[in-house]
Design a protein around this ligand. Structure first.
Ligand code: HEM
Length: 145
């Protein structure tokens, strides 16, 4: 049986806080890079870059941010998995995250790098922003309610 009392983050108080900080910084990095591409798809100028160039330039940064956010998320989750898993907001956040990642690495990347109409580009950027904002707010909603 998994004993949460031995979890590194529960044994060392600083480790829990430090992991939370890295969780927040890395998700900011990931979503910041993705949002930059979304703004370009919506028609805003980001320097003189095309959406294809921005998507290529931010791909590694957003991937690294996502990997660290997911890793640290599961580290915090492991401090009390039963409580977290049983909470509807946490489940909602994780399902929304799977949808957002699927959307990001299929439709979003393809549209950002391809030649699509402004309507499609705006629709895809709006869906992407909505998904990521929903995930951030469900994370905050869990923590502060
Ligand atoms: C990029 C994806 C993610 C985003 C945008 C995100 C967003 C957030 C936000 C905004 C918070 C609130 C931070 C605070 O307390 O101030 C949070 C906390 C948390 N997240 Fe994530 N998260 C992500 C991925 C994950 C994953 C994959 C897990 C794993 C299950 C996870 C588990 C947690 C846990 C356990 C907390 C702490 C809740 C608490 O006890 O207060 N997160 N997340």
């Amino acid at each position: 049986m998994y004993d949460t009392a031995n979890n590194f983050l529960n044994v060392h108080e600083w480790a829990y806080g430090a992991t939370e900080v890295v969780h927040i910084l890395s998700l900011t990095l990931a979503i910041g890079f993705i949002a930059l591409v979304d703004l370009r798809l919506l028609g805003f100028q980001v320097g003189s870059a095309t959406s294809a160039r921005l998507a290529r330039a931010t791909a590694v940064g957003s991937l690294m941010g996502l990997v660290v956010a997911i890793t640290t998320g599961f580290m915090v989750f492991s401090t009390d998995p039963v409580r977290y898993f049983n909470h509807p907001t946490m489940r909602f956040k994780l399902i929304a995250l799977v949808v957002a990642i699927g959307f990001n690495y299929s439709v979003h990347t393809r549209v950002a790098r391809g030649d699509y109409s402004p309507t499609i580009r705006r629709a895809v950027a709006s869906i992407s922003l909505l998904l990521w904002v929903t995930i951030v707010f469900s994370g905050l909603f869990y923590s502060f309610t």
